[in-house]
Design a protein around this ligand. Sequence first.
Ligand code: IMP
Ligand code: MG
Length: 194
Amino acid sequence: MTERLKINGDMFESFITEEQIRERIKELAVRINTDYTGKVPIFIGVLNGSFIFLSDLIREITIDCEIDFFKLSSYGDAKISSGHVMLLKDLNCQVFGRDIIVVEDIVDSGLSIAFIKKTIEKENPKSLKFVSLLLKKGIPKLDFPINYIGFEIPPDFVIGYGLDYAQKNRNLKSIYKLTLQGTATPEYVIDNGV
Ligand code: IMP
Ligand code: MG
């Protein structure tokens, strides 16, 4: 049954269920556990959006690992990636010589993940890979692979399971997609924590 939500005059409908997310995370974790056997990777979550995905993923990880966080900000329409990325919180861990796995909620324009890649590569990690729960299809600015992808989705705006709409709705247990955009003037926000 399609569940509908009306938020700020926009219509959203259920898209990826809790069960589908749980199952997919288990599959990704099996691959990561295998690929990193005998290693101690550092999972780097990108705040705010990835906090729920990271916490569920990490509990399916059975190898030794560490965790740290980046926090990025963007400025612009609450439903469109701004094209401008800033580092609000840097890492606390030593990246040099370590196996790094960056954990993202969603790769949309690819700008954030490209910025993160450049930032981490400066510190000379032993290896660097990327996990994203969602990947929007046909990203023009991405010239490197996302190694572990939960779901490839059309370029619709999605919310829930960590993903926000103007900072709200991160607490929804599953993922919803925008189906009908209201006619209200777009809300411009400073997005402190993508
Ligand atoms: P990118 O830099 O355009 O790849 O995306 C940066 C960030 O924008 C992601 O990490 C998300 O936090 C946010 N974002 C992108 N698309 C969506 C969406 O559909 N819903 C909610 N947040 C999004
Ligand atoms: Mg966001």
